[in-house]
Write a protein that binds this ligand. Sequence first.
Ligand code: PGA
Length: 256
Amino acid sequence: MKKPVVAANWKMYKTIEESVNFVEKLKKKPLDWDEVHIILCAPYTSLFEMGNSLRGGSFVSLGAQNLYWEQEGAFTGEISVGMLKACGVEWVIVGHSERRTRFGESDEDVCRKADSALQNGLSVIFCVGESLEERENGKTSRVLQRQVTALLSQLNEQLLRMVVIAYEPIWAIGTGLHATSDQIEESHRLIRGIIEEEFVGISGEVSILYGGSVNSGNCRELSEVSEVNGFLIGGASLDADQFAEIVTTITEVKKE
Ligand code: PGA
């Protein structure tokens, strides 16, 4: 059985001090550390100090929320894999819908980012998901097929093992309205099927997370969806108590 993965996406929240305080608070929680994989995806400015306070303990992985695909150069405002790794970062979110929609990242851009991360040793949380309009027009499966296939086309088996997929319907992000268990089950099965077509026999090893308004009130119901291997959490991950509660719940449910 795969360990559940619980990833926090702090977006543009938390100063250095707030980030380190969160880590220190989380460390003291009585979590079942061996049975869950926690990834904290923080703002760039917090990464170095968080890397310091996490050093020595393997209980939490550090993640970034974005990167640029070049190693270095005249790319004002961008950040490279090497810079992230130097802070102790092991994971990076790629293709979040906020990057795709607000910052105009295309399928090609996000795939270049994923490729650069993976080829240089960073694991990737790759986000996919449909908009409300796409869902209402019956295009969900087409969108997921396009986004997942774009990624898979540049992976081999070894790189695939460094990828976690996060299914995040755009209409569920930050709205308080999570997708239903049936909708999640259906999309996760579809994604796993697409992976299986390209990589026969190993799709079961890929963790597929659900993201979109996960909180301590709904996490039990969502954890019980068999196809859910973990969560990518925005708003509810900002509070260490609530985040720990969600981690505890999914760890318990997946052990049953
Ligand atoms: P949310 O965000 O949990 O606040 O809906 C999820 C995400 O954007 O990854």
